[in-house]
Design a protein around this ligand. Sequence first.
Ligand SMILES: Nc1ncnc2c1ncn2[C@@H]1O[C@H](COP(=O)(O)OP(=O)(O)OP(=O)(O)O)[C@@H](O)[C@H]1O
Ligand SMILES: O=C(O)C1=C[C@@H](O)[C@@H](O)[C@H](O)C1
Ligand SMILES: [Mg+2]
Length: 176
Amino acid sequence: MPVILIGFMGTGKSTVGRLLAESMNQSFCDLDELIEKEAGMTIPTYFDTYGEQVFRQLEQDLLKKAIDEYDILSTGGGTPTISANQKVIQAAMGRTIKLDAPIDEIRARIGDDMNRPIFKKLSQQAFNELKEKRDAIYTKFCDVIIDTSQKNPREIVAEIKALIYSNTDELNYASL
Ligand SMILES: Nc1ncnc2c1ncn2[C@@H]1O[C@H](COP(=O)(O)OP(=O)(O)OP(=O)(O)O)[C@@H](O)[C@H]1O
Ligand SMILES: O=C(O)C1=C[C@@H](O)[C@@H](O)[C@H](O)C1
Ligand SMILES: [Mg+2]
């Protein structure tokens, strides 16, 4: 039963997923890293070379493989917004956890890191609107939401582990 971390850019999916896997001694995959490995180039270069649509196809192809193979998966910020990916995530019957943070904290975390092509191309207002729009999708497809603001990654890992090891009813409130 995989643990799948979803959420907007900069909410900490990669950081927390890696730490969580380490602390549980489980296998870990960061979908963006898998894409970069398979493509043989960075995501910004892939976007520049092939465009977002081709990127989304590769992301979709690798999501299925990663969900089948790994215990803990950190997705990309856009992964759960594609309907084919939503079906794959739901079919995995895992624990889908949305990480969240206020937009100002996300900006502070990712700063001017231009490794995120979606962030790079959007105005401040469009970025804010994208977060709102995507948040509704993440919420619909997750079992639980973890607010990561003002918490360090280790505290978030502890929170996730407490949820995993507690009554699973709590993990289902968001999808009711
Ligand atoms: N809880 C946290 N508190 C403060 N900074 C954090 C926290 N979690 C992650 N960060 C920092 O925020 C930045 C983004 O984190 P990370 O890359 O893990 O996010 P992400 O959700 O995987 O983003 P993306 O969707 O773009 O892959 C990194 O610099 C990371 O060190
Ligand atoms: O939010 C997004 O659409 C993206 C987030 C990153 O994780 C990468 O998957 C890519 O940069 C696209
Ligand atoms: Mg990431």
